[in-house]
Design a protein around this ligand. Structure first.
Ligand code: TMP
Length: 237
């Protein structure tokens, strides 16, 4: 990819870690620095990958086993990279992605009966050189995450309905990934108040990808509108 390549940031963690909220907050903070940001998610992030998401989370693929599920997540990832992530990076944008390949390693790995070498091969085929520049592991105790996920209401999806031991194994797995790739990963305590988690994530982004400037005030006061937003609105009148 050319010199202009943007930056690829992924947020990872178990159920109810608060990743989606934090992805939005991080994007707002980056936009406050004048950076173009694409917020996306996995599984999904492109029209075809969103359809694959529906199939997986409905439980349609589960009877085929974790290998088949890992392949479906990979198929969705191939389209997501082609249609959304690579084009954004190519034009110099930041991509903030809620889950990516570490979720396959952790979730499909935790389901068992799957050779880690297969997962690594799928990763190599789908991702190639486009690994994340930075991965934020939003870490919460499994019980806390599951309680938060339950509060969201609605029927639990394919993975939320797995046993507590599965969610404990997931947490260990994400922490092991972070420990094994410290140059890419930063662990943030997701059990704190959302604004503190946002501040910690911003600090990690500044430390690792120094293209971002000072923490904007809006990160600590998420309800107030950033000054640049007010300005651009007035300018549009
Ligand atoms: P979420 O977007 O609401 O977190 O739902 C996605 C679910 O899919 C979540 O339970 C994690 C799971 N998942 C995997 O099992 N493997 C993967 O590779 C990805 C991206 C997600």
């Amino acid at each position: 990819m050319g010199i202009l390549r943007g930056r690829f940031i992924t947020l990872e963690g178990g159920e109810g870690a608060g990743k989606s909220t934090q992805a939005q907050r991080l994007a707002e903070a980056l936009r406050g620095q004048g950076i173009e940001v694409v917020v996306t998610r996995e599984p999904g992030g492109s029209p075809r990958a969103e359809k694959i998401r529906e199939a997986i989370l409905s439980g349609l693929i589960a009877p085929l086993g974790p290998v088949a599920e890992a392949m479906m997540f990979t198929a969705a990832r191939i389209d997501h990279l082609d249609k959304t992530i690579r084009p954004a990076l190519k034009r110099g944008a930041f991509v903030v992605c809620d889950r990516f390949a570490d979720s396959t390693r952790a979730y499909q790995g935790a389901l068992g009966n799957i050779d880690p070498r297969l997962i690594r091969s799928l990763e190599r085929i789908a991702i190639g050189a486009d690994k994340p520049d930075l991965t934020i592991m939003v870490d919460v105790p499994a019980a806390v995450g599951m309680a938060r996920a339950a509060q969201r209401g609605g029927a639990p999806d394919r993975f939320e309905s797995e046993a507590p031991a599965f969610h404990e194994a997931l947490r260990r797995s994400f922490l092991e990934i972070a420990a094994s790739e410290p140059e890419r990963c930063v662990v943030v305590n997701g059990a704190q108040a959302p604004e503190i988690v946002a501040r910690d994530i911003w600090s990690a982004v500044q430390a690792r990808l120094p293209v971002a400037g000072e923490a904007p005030k809006m990160i600590l006061k998420p309800k107030s509108k950033p000054r640049w937003a007010a300005k651009s609105k007035a300018g549009a009148k």
